[in-house]
Design a protein. Structure first.
Length: 181
């Protein structure tokens, strides 16, 4: 993963790259933050609601999945990040992080942690090659940086395109295709 980060231009002299699982303090911080957020608030998070529906969890939601925004808040605040590069679907996670920060700061009586802002790219959400959802490793609809030529060809050939364009002479429709987003 670190080589992927370096390959896309992340500068290790300006950016901390760490192995999350080697930092037990992040888990401890997550557990602390769980005292500053309610289950109903987690369930109202639009990103979580969408993922719950997409995965068909209904009321059988894994606790770890539901609490992911709190773990993300720990990842952000542990390093006192003030700007977080995210996709537009992650903005509710940033808002929830700031809610936790405000509650914690209020509880201790001073501003220990800073609030953060989302840094969005010009493309708010990359579509997956299946055309059904956002690009996501867990949905298996990505082309990873270290993909082989064979993997790239397979993904490109599977990309969603205009279902009405059955013959070469049929007019095509750009809207809705992966490349049009």
């Amino acid at each position: 993963m670190a080589t992927d980060y370096l390959a896309v231009g992340i500068d290790p002299t300006k950016t901390t790259i760490c192995v999350q699982s080697c930092l037990p303090a992040l888990n401890e911080l997550t557990m602390l933050y769980l005292n500053f957020v309610t289950v109903s608030r987690l369930e109202r998070n639009p990103t979580i609601k969408s993922e719950i529906q997409m995965r068909g969890f209904e009321r059988d939601i894994p606790a770890g999945f539901l609490c992911y925004p709190v773990a993300q808040a720990a990842d952000i605040t542990a390093f006192k990040a003030t700007v977080v590069p995210v996709g537009e679907d992650q903005i509710p996670m940033i808002e929830q992080t700031n809610e936790i920060v405000r509650r914690l700061n209020r509880q201790i009586g001073h501003d220990l942690l800073p609030e953060c802002k989302a840094l969005l790219s010009n493309v708010g959400r990359l579509p997956g090659f299946d055309g059904k959802a956002k690009m996501s490793k867990s949905l298996g609809n990505t082309i990873v940086l270290d993909a082989t030529d064979k993997d790239i060809k397979k993904a490109v050939n599977a990309m969603y395109t205009d279902p009405n364009h059955l013959r070469i002479e049929d007019p095509g429709q750009v809207e809705g295709n992966v490349g049009s987003k």
